[in-house]
Design a binder for this molecule. Structure first.
Ligand SMILES: Cc1ncc(COP(=O)(O)O)c(C=O)c1O
Length: 425
């Protein structure tokens, strides 16, 4: 099983057998409140009938069609509708099947872009400590979570990492923290060390999800944008988690008012119903590939299932829901309520930090001196006793409920967490 203590799981399996709206059903027949939108992906809630219908209709119309040298309408229509929500100047889409593939595709597009511009020596990639960019070799190379890297050898050459932005002076800030914009200047040091003309791209999650919801300090992303632009370095926002309304706008790029050169996405793109990812690409990058003869393939890259017709149908039905139900705005509407509920936990024992933005949040615990993470025990208690699904990574509990969550369900999630924290030592 992925990212799971397999032997522990085998001894006490946590099995889900059904899902509807805000709830799962467990194998032992309990109703479990979903505090994590599955795995940060079911933004419109579970079992949405219009998505089911769209998938069924597409399977009946055409189950599969290749996108290598052939086409079909779904992905084109989806791309055209999606880019209405991306920042100005980002109007091109390359479809993948996951966040990891989106990241690897974006990194390859960055390298190929510079080469197309006659700057093939720009090959360095820069990520950030605590970054999570999926599990492909590109993604773990630019990623900054040591456990995800150290089993797998030397990874890609020529990769550096900015420092992360999780600063103790920002602990318990409600919303975007004040301190730390200057951490973006790490990039200036790397440029001074290597030369800007060797650097292809910087990739960051605007809000780092998997490492425990780490927020960008006020002005940080703006500063990164300014430095990358000044030096001709591409800026990629990995929005696999923040995409599709999680932070109160379609993308974090919209929320923070910073336009990167590429955005990677997946998860909420199809509401988790069918695997699909996407790279949103600035027009100027796309155009740089269009200089050869018309008969030349512009990008030697792609997946059998890029732009899969069934995934595209699920994506279109999902986008209908997001638009019709105002779900891109809902996280912003609930942000204050969510922050208040989450920060009401701050006086409980062993709590080191609480962080939030939009409808995402994290509670970080002090590490124990003995073995075994508190986070796991809290997660375990929430599932078995609190009938609530939360997510744990080490000593951090992350929360990201579907965007259809009600105010009373917010209280339920926080109540289950409170009980668990009081119980676990
Ligand atoms: C920011 C980010 N990038 C990439 C990924 C990888 O996505 P996938 O698991 O679909 O490959 C994730 C998954 O959580 C993610 O959070």
């Amino acid at each position: 099983m992925p990212f799971t203590a397999n032997r522990q799981f085998k001894a006490e399996p946590r099995m889900l057998v059904g899902a509807r709206d805000m709830h799962y059903t467990s194998e032992d027949g309990r109703t479990i409140l979903d505090g994590t939108a599955g795995l940060w992906c079911v933004n419109a809630g579970h079992g949405r009938s219009t998505i089911t219908e769209a998938v069924r209709a597409q399977l009946e119309r055409m189950d599969f069609g290749p996108t290598f040298q052939m086409g079909h309408p779904g992905p084109f229509e989806l791309a055209e509708r999606l880019v209405k929500h991306t920042p100005d100047g980002i109007n091109k889409v390359f479809f993948t099947n996951s966040g990891s593939e989106s990241v690897d595709s974006a990194l390859k597009i960055a390298l190929a872009y510079h080469r197309a511009k006659g700057q093939g020596e720009r090959t360095r990639l820069i990520g950030r400590e605590k970054g999570y960019h999926g599990v492909g070799f590109g993604g773990i190379s630019v990623g900054g979570l040591v456990n995800n890297r150290r089993m797998f050898g030397t990874l890609l050459n020529g990769v550096d990492h900015l420092r992360h932005t999780l600063l103790p002076e920002n602990a318990f800030t409600q919303g975007i923290p004040e301190q730390g914009a200057e951490l973006a200047d790490d990039l200036e040091r790397m440029i001074a060390l290597h030369g800007a003309d060797t650097i292809a791209a910087v990739i960051v999650e605007p809000v780092a999800g998997s490492a425990g919801v780490i927020l960008p300090p006020v002005g940080y992303l703006q500063r990164l944008r300014e430095i990358t632009r000044r030096h001709g370095i591409l800026l990629i926002f990995d929005e696999v988690i923040t995409g599709f309304g999680r932070v109160g706008e379609p993308f974090a790029a919209n929320r923070f008012g910073v336009t990167p050169d590429m955005i990677t996405a997946a998860k909420g793109l199809t509401n988790g119903a069918v695997p699909m990812g996407a790279v949103f690409v600035a027009d100027f990058i796309h155009d740089a590939f269009m200089n050869g003869p018309d008969s030349a393939i512009e990008l030697f890259h792609g997946y059998t299932y890029s732009g899969h017709p069934v995934a595209a149908a699920a994506g279109l039905a999902t986008l209908d829901l997001y638009e019709r139900e105002g779900l891109f705005q809902r996280a912003l509407e609930l942000e204050e309520r969510w922050a208040e509920a989450l920060h009401s936990l701050s006086d409980l024992p062993h709590i080191k930090d609480i962080r939030n933005i939009g409808l995402v949040g994290a509670v970080e615990f002090e590490p124990r001196e003995t073995v075994g993470a508190r986070g796991y025990d809290v997660f375990h208690h929430c599932f078995w006793q609190g009938n609530t699904l939360v997510r744990c990574t080490g000593d951090t509990i992350a929360l990201s409920p579907p965007l259809i969550v009600s105010e009373s369900q917010i209280d339920e999630i926080i109540g289950a967490l409170k009980h668990a924290i009081k119980t676990v030592n």
